[in-house]
Design a protein around this ligand. Structure first.
Ligand code: GLN
Length: 540
């Protein structure tokens, strides 16, 4: 019999399922992270999982301008950007297994079918696919008290149905006090009177109930705090207790959301339902961090020159890392996103707009489009001695700029742009040559980096070994090392026994620092990543 086991109450792990209604982009990820944070602050061991109902195996092959940043985990997972929020809120590393996609589930099911694991059976969505989903969730939850599961998309999407069905089954199998559903909806204001409309929320709860899920808490996104009348109306029509209708109104910092939820008693509501018994929140430390996002003694103005700037979510971790550093240093961060394509063919006059910034950052990127514009920008900031931080693509293009303009290697380029040129300054990593697929075939995840003593990197990290995450196919060709060093570039970090260069700096500049790794993935509020902090320090 399938549903034989009903766990007794007050057993762990507990599962909190976050679903979304009305429309996408409501900030389910922030609600999930905030709920997880609050529970963590009560002393529980908490983690999050993101479910992406798309058929891709992972986020690695998706365009960041359509889907946002690809977040890289220590173990080399190419994940949904919400995983970055979880890490930043919880200060605990996620693994690639914390990000589940339809592609991954189906590939597990098909693999098992080919191995004969379902011999004699007709393999179906229920129970075979839902079993694999439930097993994946329980596997993650094993080492935790609470697993917060965020399901991407909006209720009613075809893709998310097998996942929602699995949650429904889990409620039955795990027990009432082991599972809780939070539905994130929207109360829009349409007229000048400013009435918060509740009908979209009512409809979306009905849609969820139709597939057998009864949300316990509604997190209602709204511009201004949810009014008493709107809360009452939602409670009555959606048949949800009034104290379980939580206002998630706009606020200036995402790190304030836990406080907004806490002040409405969400922890008591969750503790009651999950029988967690008198959880007390240890608030002071988190409050100190969130307060730092408001107390400023001045501004810092940063220009980000990149390829995917039309959607700032493409570089969300870079933005967050800048924010963490600015807050730590008591500065209000102003960021301007600049599309490098507009500096592509122009005269030097055009890049002059970069003069107004305290510092320029060039983040990661792929492909030739916009790369000459970035190189022109780097040339400008290097010559003007404007503080500069380059990341991954930014590191590679800094090498090219320096080689062209300081070492007279006028044709310096990357093999990414000229695949036939094996002598490129930035060349394809030989280890990647065997990779047949584009998915998951880059140099990914955490690697050890050795820092060269008595360099800026040494001063920044105060450590001779660090570990950072990577996501790249190309690297510096060390045949050019000598000339670059003779002309004043210092290569101050390396990995894989010196086989790859990880950090460059130009000591004659105020701050010119670039890294092959993605330092942005290692920054959390209250503990900014060191290179970002040093960059912002040099900008103030
Ligand atoms: N396109 C470059 C490479 O693959 C840089 C990658 C990146 O910026 N993440 O090496």
């Amino acid at each position: 019999m399938r549903y034989k086991y009903i766990k007794p109450s007050n057993k762990f792990p507990k599962f909190i399922f976050i679903t979304g209604g009305v429309m996408s982009g409501l900030g389910k990820g922030i609600v999930a992270s905030s709920v997880a944070k609050l529970l963590q602050l009560t002393g529980l061991k908490v983690t999050c999982t993101k479910i992406d109902p798309y058929v891709n195996y992972d986020a690695g092959t998706m365009n960041p301008t359509a889907h946002g940043e690809v977040f890289v985990t220590d173990d080399g997972g190419e994940c949904d950007m919400d995983m970055g929020n979880y890490e930043r809120f919880l200060n605990s590393p996620m693994t690639k297994w914390h990000n589940i996609t339809t592609g991954r589930i189906y590939s597990d099911v098909i693999k098992a079918e080919r191995e004969g694991k379902y011999l004699g059976q007709c393999v179906q969505i229920i129970p075979h696919v839902t079993d694999v989903i439930k097993k994946s969730l329980k596997n993650i939850a094993k080492e935790y008290d609470v697993l917060v599961v965020e399901c991407g998309g909006t209720v009613g999407d075809i893709e998310s149905l097998p996942f929602l069905e699995s949650f429904r089954q889990m409620e039955l199998e795990e027990g009432d006090s082991e599972t809780l559903f939070i539905h994130v909806t929207l109360a829009p204001i349409l007229d000048v009177v400013g009435e918060q409309k509740t009908k979209p929320t009512q409809h979306s709860v009905q849609e969820l109930r139709r597939i057998g899920i009864h949300p316990y808490i509604l997190a209602v996104r709204c511009q201004k705090p949810l009014r008493k009348e709107a809360r009452h109306k939602i409670s009555m029509f959606a048949s949800i207790k009034e104290q379980c209708v939580i206002s998630c109104h706009d606020c200036s910092s995402i790190y304030d959301v836990p406080e907004i939820l806490k002040d409405q008693g969400i922890i008591d509501v969750i503790s009651g339902k999950l029988e967690l018994k008198n959880r007390k929140i240890r608030w002071t430390e988190w409050e100190k961090i969130t307060d730092s996002f408001f107390n400023f003694s001045g501004n810092v103005n940063i220009g980000i020159v990149g390829k995917y700037v039309n959607l700032p979510d493409s570089y969300i971790s870079v933005y967050q890392a800048l924010l963490h550093s600015s807050a730590k240093l008591g500065r209000k961060l102003n960021v301007e996103w600049i599309d490098s394509e507009k500096f592509e063919n122009g005269s030097k006059d055009e890049v002059k707009v970069l003069n107004k910034f305290d510092g320029i950052l060039v983040p990661g990127g792929f492909g030739i489009r916009g790369s000459e514009g970035i190189i022109n920008s780097i040339n400008f900031v290097r010559e003007r001695n404007i503080p500069f931080l380059g990341i991954c693509f930014g590191f590679q293009l800094s090498l090219i700029e320096f080689a062209r303009n300081q070492c007279a290697i006028t044709d310096a380029s990357s093999q990414e742009f000229n695949p036939d040129d094996d002598n490129s300054l930035v060349k394809f990593m030989p280890e990647q040559e065997h990779a047949l697929n584009l998915g998951g075939s880059m140099r990914l995840g955490k690697h050890d980096i050795t820092i060269v003593p008595r360099t800026l990197a040494d001063k920044i990290y105060q450590n001779n070994k660090i570990q950072r995450r990577h996501r790249h196919r190309y690297e510096f060709n060390q045949d050019y090392r000598q000339i670059m060093e003779e002309k004043g570039m210092v290569l101050s970090g390396h990995s894989d026994m010196g086989r790859r260069i990880e950090i460059l700096e130009i000591p004659s500049n105020k701050f010119f620092f670039a890294v092959q790794y993605h330092s942005e993935f290692s920054s959390i509020p209250g503990r900014p990543e060191e290179a970002f902090k040093a960059f912002i320090t040099s900008c103030t």
